[in-house]
Design a binder for this molecule. Sequence first.
Ligand code: FAD
Length: 565
Amino acid sequence: TQDIPVSELALNPRRGGPKNLPIVDYFVDDDDCPEMRAIKHKPKLVILGTGWGSVALLKQLNPGDYHVTVISPSNHFLFTPMLPSATVGTLELRSLVEPVRGIVKGVYGHFLKAMAEDVEFSEKLVEVSGIGPNGEKQNFYVPYDKLIIGVGSVTNPHGVKGLNHCHFLKDITDARLIRNQVIRNLETACLPTTSDEERRRLLSFVVCGGGPTGVEFAAELFDMLNEDLCKFFPKILRNEISVHVIQSRSHILNTYDEALSEYAEKRFAHDAVDVQTNSRVKEVFADRILYSQKDDEGKIVTKEIPMGFCLWSTGVSQTDFCKRLAKKLEGQNNKHALETDTHLRLNGAPLGDVYAIGDCSTVQNNVSDHIISFLRTIAWERGKDPENLQLKYADWRGVAKRVKERFPQAANHLRRLDRLFEQYDADKSGTLDFGELRELLMQIDSKLTSLPATAQRAHQQGQYLGRKFNKIAQSAPGLQLNEVDYGDLDDAVYKAFEYHHLGSLAYIGNAAIFDWDGYGWSGGLLAVYLWRSVYFAQSVSFRTRCLLAMDWSKRALFGRDLMNF
Ligand code: FAD
């Protein structure tokens, strides 16, 4: 294909693949500038998605090493941690997004506003669908040497009926719809024709899910109702409004330190945000929500809340695209995410061709293997056979600390092991048999493998791949990347991925909480400013930082914009 002029190829692409679709090898602008010409025949790196993982990877890549193509239905990067603030007008929607074409241009890449539909692993082709000029779907193939899947996740419906009456909070369009609906409800409640009962229903806001997104939205909503309502809607009385959070577990923010989740609950109780714990939503209707609740005696009772607005925020699940890939590949046994090895290579795909990062993936990371390898090191240092190592409680503390640093998600399970060790310490004069330990670890291992689905993780994985691809390009220039039939190129050039947990933050309504490595901190205004500074510093560009600063100042001076368009 290299002898045919690029422009001709782009306009009249060759056809092929199992579906005999057009194959887009090069783009018209490949000949546009010297840099583009130089990378025309470099290894093809195709990146799916423009979220946290993909953008971190793009920012890390050395320009000119790869022929990069980015494919995503969103031509912007969304700064999700601040999305709840945009639902009530604290921040403007455009302040949270960064146009992605500028970022792609930084690596002389191409951007296609389209969806990945399928992957033909044996032929190294991604099937892509774009929307044509008349709104019709047009499918074609994009060939790759290396493919990175960073397509995120979708909201988990948990099989509940009536979710068409709910709002979701995943992207910028969701935030706009929520903002419009909240304001529409306030406006309708003010009409003289609206009855008292209908008013109370319209002003009843329900959030399903007590995780960080649900809690932050409830907090933002409460702030807005508290701070701007009497100013702009004097007809609405404060006691006519209610905010409810329905949570299936016994506490909200249950992945945070216990003290912090209790602090958040107290804060909500103080602000009259109603939290219903141990509750499962059964069905959502247009005007009410039905849920079952376990009472103190363990009896299940059915309850309902009349509502005018419902946010569904109960965790995430796999996209259809990822489900399709998982079905095709051997060794994909996880129902929630694509499994990768510790080099982030997709299990079951040809080695070194396909990687998966962020929410759509999970690293098959055998925590017990790591614990055992730490123990082997101890045995080796003591000149003992690991199988005969008699472990002291103090040794275990050291191992547990290192494992907890590497796998923060295992903290709860390590605490269980900790208690067992203490028991052994009392029973068996301070020692635990290596074999017994291994058996214990096997029993709980499956629960220790998944990493949290957070921006932090996706960002670290994107950066990791960027660094690794730079190394691959340096150490093997001109190498046909996937034709290495000896050894393991990824392993030879770079270490396996290691996640470093930098803590979690959550805004809970004029207060914020921080959870770092088991140490919690919560506070009022000071914490809120700290929370803002962290996100301000993390924002992708100078442009978004300026916009955020302007929004916060505008809100402080004039209040929120309570208009719907
Ligand atoms: P995403 O950022 O979701 O990006 C996925 C990309 O793939 C998108 O561009 C999408 O358009 C594209 N895509 C989807 N399907 C296809 C397809 N078939 N083909 C091509 N492209 C496709 N995490 C934190 O760490 N801290 C927080 O405070 C925090 N707050 C959050 C608040 C909210 C409201 C939400 C929704 C999430 C929050 N998260 C937070 C989670 C965080 O946003 C996600 O973990 C992170 O976005 C995952 O990054 P990702 O790159 O895997 O996917």
